[in-house]
Design a protein around this ligand. Sequence first.
Ligand SMILES: [Zn+2]
Length: 242
Amino acid sequence: MSFFGDLIDFLLPERCAGCGGEPVLLCGGCAAALSGPARPARPAPAGLPPPWTVAAYDGPIQKIFSAYKEHGRTALAVPLGEALARAVDAAVPEARERGTPGGPGPPPGGSAAPRGETPVVWVPSRRGAARRRGHDPMRRAVAVAVRRLRAGGVPVVAVDGLRQCRRVADQAGLGATARRANLHGALEAVPRAGLAGRRVVLVDDVVTTGASLAEAARALRAAGAEVAAAATVAATPLRRAW
Ligand SMILES: [Zn+2]
């Protein structure tokens, strides 16, 4: 975005983040693109079940993500989080675990998810991205999704369970093999999240080649967790990325 582009954005009333049409957060047509039922994205990333997803990552959806992540339209966390909630809701039955009555609780001082609640763990942003953007888009969207699901009686809990342990290059423009190499070993589980032995739903904003989800799943497995299901807001259409 150029200086003049930023200036024009600042001076004009905000318009639909998807199409730039009506002076609303999202017009009816662009909101509808996020309102479909959850479906499995195919093919599945290596070592993972097919992620449940809601939207095709093209046209207005790409613009909505860009407005949300890079241009500070944080109110989009609500429609994006609600779309993610539908994908997670579809994924939860694959991941459900039973509570352990009388069993050991979370470690003292830890932030582990209570037994009987399915941990929802998101793929973290690249280092420094949240600072540069001024917000952490996935954390915010996951919070909306989990709040919505819990209000509907679905026992899920957001767990900040992954972190980057080394720098990686921007994935944009890399092919599938280069993406895997760029990401391998880049993530690790947060020990105090207490995910060992847990069945988790892994979430991300978009699945493209699946390299990010596969690396996140590897890191969670290395910490003793089982990635039982995955969910994303959007998936890159098959013909373009797989
Ligand atoms: Zn629109």
